[in-house]
Design a protein around this ligand. Structure first.
Ligand code: SF4
Length: 154
């Protein structure tokens, strides 16, 4: 998996103070996408063991308390991202058990494959669906268009 950005302290992508990772790779090609540069799986840089270790350390950093981890992109549930994302979310649940995990995906919740669902089993909140420009509403919290749904899973 490649990623574009990692923000160790972020207050705009989900509730509270968070760590946020924007991964590479998205097939959805939504008109009006705010993050087209992330569409290619080969864009960005490799998501290394070192970055994964940094995320875990940041989530457990007691000097700046984080509520959790946000995974966005790109699409964390792109089939080619699933093994790296599954490894990450399993590790967060094991080593940072009091932190929540939010995931933004362009896939709709009811169309997830068993492999995507395996990741979702470890997360707290899924924000699903493509961005639809006609349904854009700037008043929405944590989502861009009205077709998208915030699923609180845990
Ligand atoms: S799912 Fe998100 S990243 Fe992918 S094209 Fe749509 S808005 Fe852009």
């Amino acid at each position: 998996m490649n990623y574009h950005q990692y923000y160790p302290v972020d207050v705009v992508n989900g509730p509270g103070t968070r760590c946020t990772l924007f991964v590479s790779g998205c097939i959805h090609q939504c008109r009006g996408c705010y993050n087209k540069s992330t569409w290619s799986l080969t864009s960005g840089k490799p998501f290394t063991q070192e970055i994964e270790d940094t995320i875990i350390a940041d989530l457990n950093d007691t000097r700046i308390k984080r509520q959790g981890l946000s995974l966005s992109g790109g699409d964390p549930l792109h089939p080619q991202n699933l093994s790296a994302i599954l490894k990450l979310v399993k590790r967060v649940k094991a080593q940072c058990p009091d932190k929540d995990i939010w995931v933004w995906t362009g896939y709709s919740f009811d169309s997830l494959t068993p492999q995507q669902q395996e990741v979702v089993d470890y997360i707290n909140v899924l924000v699903d669906g493509k961005f639809v420009q006609e349904l854009y509403d700037p008043a929405l919290l944590w989502r861009g268009s009205r077709n998208q749904t915030i699923y609180k899973l845990k």
